[in-house]
Design a protein around this ligand. Structure first.
Ligand code: SF4
Length: 218
């Protein structure tokens, strides 16, 4: 198993103590231990926390490879949206212990139907734009033992209305596989899809302009 997860010279290292391995190697050993039981489902809870980006990429690549080789399904629990985008087929966004949104990965990134998901996506720094101060969702997460009435996200939500502080929101079905916990899910979803279409139209105009500039260059 240690060979399988890429520990160099695995046979001679099998009796080593944890402190004799690097952080990335300890992570690999843990994955080997989990896979040695041939599980049908592997739950990887923040598997790359505290690792530098190079080791993080190696561990994620390893999980992907083992998933393909062994057929094990993986539930990845993480706060890193970049990891989620590259590793998953389907996403569940949770807040205060509740499922706020669930959808296939591409759909959720392109057309989020929940203000909390939109806030999370807006908080990801975009290196291609000069956006000034980084956006962050205002306020702090609630105490899950003393949740306010209504929607738990209401005190931090930019779309909240009076009903949000009073009534727990419905889990609205937006498409076959897309659901959102929000009083205004359909409106938020429609707005996201419109923004997606506008981005696509700007991008395609940019490509046409680039092509005509190339023609003029010739
Ligand atoms: S139900 Fe209201 S507070 Fe909750 S996410 Fe939707 S708009 Fe925001």
């Amino acid at each position: 198993m240690l060979d399988m997860v890429g520990i160099p010279d695995a046979r001679s290292r099998v009796d080593n103590y944890p402190h004799e391995f690097s952080g990335g190697m300890r992570q690999r050993v843990m994955i080997a231990m989990a896979l040695s039981c041939e599980p049908e489902l592997l739950i990887a809870d923040e598997p790359t926390t505290a690792l530098d980006v190079t080791i993080q990429a190696q561990i994620l690549e390893l999980i992907k490879k083992l998933k393909q080789e062994t057929g094990t399904s993986v539930i990845l629990i993480t706060h890193d949206l970049g990891v989620v985008a590259g590793m998953t087929d389907h996403i569940i966004v949770m807040y205060a212990g509740k499922v706020f949104e669930q959808a296939p990965t591409k759909e959720l990134f392109q057309c989020p139907g929940n203000p909390y998901t939109k806030g999370l996506l807006r908080s990801v720094p975009d290196p291609t734009s000069e956006q000034g101060a980084l956006y962050q969702i205002p306020g702090l997460p609630p105490d899950v033992a003393h949740l306010p009435p209504g929607c738990p996200f209401a005190p931090r939500c930019e779309r909240a209305e009076e009903i949000c502080t009073r009534e727990f929101p419905p889990f609205v079905q937006l498409t076959n596989e897309h659901f959102s916990l929000c009083h205004f899910a359909e409106e938020v979803y429609a707005k996201s899809c419109k923004e997606r279409d506008e981005r696509a139209s700007v991008a395609s105009k940019g490509t046409v302009m680039e092509q005509s500039e190339n023609v003029l260059d010739i």
